[in-house]
Design a protein around this ligand. Structure first.
Ligand code: ACM
Length: 510
């Protein structure tokens, strides 16, 4: 059995199940949609159009049973016996994960997009499975480089295969604004396009540019469609609108949101812009208008407001911002940033949502209801969990998939730097040893990050994603006492054939 992520309890039993064109899928009610999904996964390679019925006399059945309230919401049981497979769960998500596991019990050819004439045999087994963490996430930056919608759907399919359930979509940056906001069309008319882009590494001495216009954005309707596509695969999209830093594209479109009189471009090079939003009341209200449209598109509980890497130079030299600090009775620029984030926290809370921010939101005082995403190592996550806040562990040293996959830089495509090999990802433990069990209960889970400065096209994103995403799936889903890295590699050797058949442009491990 070569399933990734490794299921928790696997008991092999006698015999096997033959999938044939006489197999009937048995489902009713809310399980119907999951049965249809399963049938659609089995159809291309087998050519079977398996009927879905509430009951059957057939001696070859795959039954989806949606009950068992004793199972946690994403858990499932999968029993394969000669003549009958049963998927059991308390929720549609559980049935979906049972189906994903079942796909991986079949010969790898099941992932072919073309018909194969062969025996579709599944060895009998009894699996009981449930995720370790409720937040199994993937972050993708579509702002540094715009990614086509078709790729975002393919990316979601890849996440679903590995039982991820959060897609963190990084929509705004210094280098581009990618979400249509109907009240402020200039954000995309101007902010979604840059006239030129840095070539080579930002640290290279030779500072050249490609002189090509780059950009694009997603309409509200396209994003709604993506939300529905992800939801059908039990993935929630967490949208990120960066503030008060990483905002140069928005300021280029709306200079009144910035701090300096000169006109700004959408940023053509990488690194952190020192041009940030001002903290005037009008800017806060503008961004709340933006968020109102964001909430209308993305129904999930969590809304990410960035909060990272906001240089304070402009606020320090701006008489208006200094006056604002005094007027609000604040101590310094960090407290002003904290005030800014708190305003968003209160606003989101009043609308039933939860603010998520990168760990810099701890500086100057953490907003009451904020969830912290710990990226500069684990310290921010530890501090936030100790203060009773929920935390998502996203430390750069284990989860930054923009880092190099080999020490041999010359053999790899241009990357930001760092070194994050597969084994390090697989060995990650998201619960820091320093935390008590009570504090550790605030760790919602973990996610990988794809920052796309040096990933201009989808194929390159996939190269940085796979197989590291397979390894982090095991960290996020499987029990803490998961099988060894050597065991993972054995399963991966088979699993990579599945990725290939799905057209994922992975990095080769061998
Ligand atoms: C980050 O990498 N600036 C969150």
């Amino acid at each position: 059995m070569h399933v990734i992520p490794q299921p928790n309890h696997v008991i092999p039993t006698q015999g096997s199940f033959e999938l044939t064109n006489a197999t009937v899928i048995v489902a009713e009610g809310a399980a119907m949609a999951k049965a249809e999904q399963l049938a659609s996964w089995l159809r291309p390679a087998t050519g079977f159009r398996l009927p879905i019925q509430p009951a059957t006399e057939s001696t070859s059945t795959i039954a989806l049973v949606l009950r068992e309230p004793r199972l946690p919401s994403e858990a499932y049981e999968l029993a394969v016996a000669p003549g009958r497979i049963q998927l059991t769960a308390a929720s549609e998500a559980g049935l979906f994960y049972a189906g994903q596991t079942l796909r991986q019990l079949l010969p790898v050819e099941i992932f072919d997009q073309d018909h194969h004439a062969m025996d579709w045999t599944i060895p009998c087994v009894h699996i009981t499975d449930a995720p370790r963490f409720g937040w199994r996430g993937a972050h993708l930056d579509v702002a540094r480089h715009f990614m086509p919608m078709a790729f975002l759907k393919k990316f979601v399919d890849g996440l679903a295969l590995h039982k991820y359930n959060v897609f963190h979509l990084h929509l705004t940056e210094d280098q581009g604004w990618r979400i249509q906001i109907k009240k402020y069309p200039l954000l995309t008319e101007l902010g979604a396009w840059r006239e030129t882009t840095r070539t080579g590494h930002e640290r290279d001495a030779d500072r050249s540019f490609d002189n090509k216009r780059h950009g694009g954005f997603y309409t509200a309707d396209q994003l709604r469609e993506l939300v529905a596509y992800a939801a059908a695969r039990h993935i929630t999209i967490v949208p990120e609108i960066e503030m008060p830093g990483h905002a140069q594209a928005a300021i280029a479109a709306h200079p009144e949101l910035g701090n300096v009189p000169e006109e700004l471009d959408v940023m053509p090079n990488w690194g952190i812009s020192k041009h940030v939003f001002n903290a005037e009341e009008g800017t806060i209200l503008f961004l709340q208008d933006v968020l109102a449209e964001v909430l209308d598109i993305f129904p999930g509980k969590y809304i990410h407001i960035g909060g990272d890497e906001c240089p304070k130079d402009e606020w320090k030299s701006s008489p208006k911002m200094q006056a604002r600090i005094k007027e609000l009775g604040l101590g310094d620029e960090y407290e002003l940033q904290s005030y800014f984030i708190r305003r968003m926290d209160t606003w989101l809370g009043a609308r039933g949502r939860v603010l998520v921010g990168w760990d810099e939101i701890l500086e100057g005082g953490l907003a009451d209801s904020a969830t912290v995403m710990s990226w500069r190592g684990e310290a921010g996550g530890i501090a936030a969990a100790r203060a009773g806040h929920d935390v998502v562990m996203a430390p750069n040293t284990y989860t930054y998939f923009d880092y190099l996959q080999s020490v041999d830089k010359a053999s790899e495509p241009l990357a930001i730097g760092g070194f994050l090999p597969l084994e390090t990802v697989h060995g990650y433990e998201p619960i820091p040893k320093e935390l008590t069990p009570q504090e550790a209960s605030h760790v919602l889970g973990t996610q990988f990050q794809l920052w796309t400065e040096y990933m201009p096209v989808p194929e390159h994103v996939e190269y940085m994603t796979y197989p590291r995403a397979c390894a982090l799936a095991e960290v996020a889903w499987s029990m803490q006492s998961r099988p060894s890295y050597a065991d993972f590699l054995q399963r991966l050797a088979v699993h990579e054939a599945r990725l290939d058949k799905l057209g994922m442009k992975r990095r080769r491990t061998i």
